[in-house]
Design a binder for this molecule. Structure first.
Ligand SMILES: [Zn+2]
Length: 261
């Protein structure tokens, strides 16, 4: 790239470079974070300035400890976010990844998101590192339910979800601060990272451990790395291609070149 290249041209060259890596790859793993869902209207509650951070300290209120000791505080804080997530629709980036998977260009999506937008877009093999809002589990008898019938009255009227069998409080199956990552998902994510020959990071700033370490595991096994994110990450220096732009704009462009020439 020369210094006189315009930003648009530089970005277009990077998109072509990413498409070339996709065409050559045999085993592709994609790691997605909050940035892929912000174009769908879901705020990144972990980042400052999202509004949710300033109202309450999420690491405190969205912690397992708060949920156990004062669940109504958690449910109060989570109510607007739950509404945004529940009503969100996948965007062009989610659909591009589903298209990659359905055409055999992508094996596994590892996501830090709890919004199930990948599944709504048609992706099938999704490893959810931080759990999901699609189901809730009883904190008393551990029975699991589809969350939709409970979320509606909670989102609209603040009704705390309660178990149909024992009246215990239902906890969304999302991983709270202070809670262990789901072991099976973590094992599967590491295996996928170590076996891939191309990892694409889409909309993650790679700040939340241990998931942020997965691209490093891929690099250590000789995989190529593409990073699409609107802010820098600690691995930009080691990536083959870096595109610092809106993932909902760039990912469909890459898919178009790979899938439709
Ligand atoms: Zn119960």
């Amino acid at each position: 790239m020369t210094e006189s290249a315009s930003p648009a041209l530089a970005s277009s060259m990077a998109i072509e470079d990413a498409a070339v890596l996709f065409r050559k790859a045999q085993r592709v793993v994609v790691l997605t974070g909050a940035g892929i869902s912000t174009p769908s209207g879901i705020p990144d509650f972990r980042s400052e300035g999202s509004g949710l951070w300033s109202r309450d300290e999420p690491m405190e209120v969205a912690s397992l400890n708060t949920f156990r000791t004062a669940p109504e505080r958690f449910f109060n804080w989570f109510q607007p976010l739950a509404g945004q997530i529940f009503n969100a629709q996948p965007n062009a980036a989610h659909f591009a990844l589903a298209e990659f998977e359905n055409s055999g260009h992508l094996q596994t999506i590892i996501t830090q998101n709890i919004d199930a937008l990948h599944q709504k877009a048609g992706s099938k093999h999704v490893v959810e590192m931080h759990g999901t809002l699609r189901t809730v589990s009883c904190t008393n008898c551990f029975k699991q339910f589809e969350s939709a019938p409970f979320l509606q009255p909670y989102i609209e009227a603040g009704k705390i979800p309660q178990c149909l069998s024992c009246n215990g409080i239902l906890k969304p199956d999302v991983i709270l601060f202070g809670e262990q990552l789901p072991q099976a998902a973590w094992v599967e994510a590491q295996r996928a990272a170590q076996r891939c020959d191309l990892m694409l990071v889409a909309g993650s700033s790679l700040e939340v451990l241990p998931v942020a370490g997965l691209p490093m595991q891929a690099l250590d096994r000789g995989a190529h790395l593409i990073i699409l994110n609107n802010t820098p990450t600690y691995l930009n220096v080691r990536a083959d291609v870096v595109i610092m732009d809106d993932v909902a704009a760039t990912l469909p462009e890459i898919a178009k070149r790979v899938l439709h020439g």
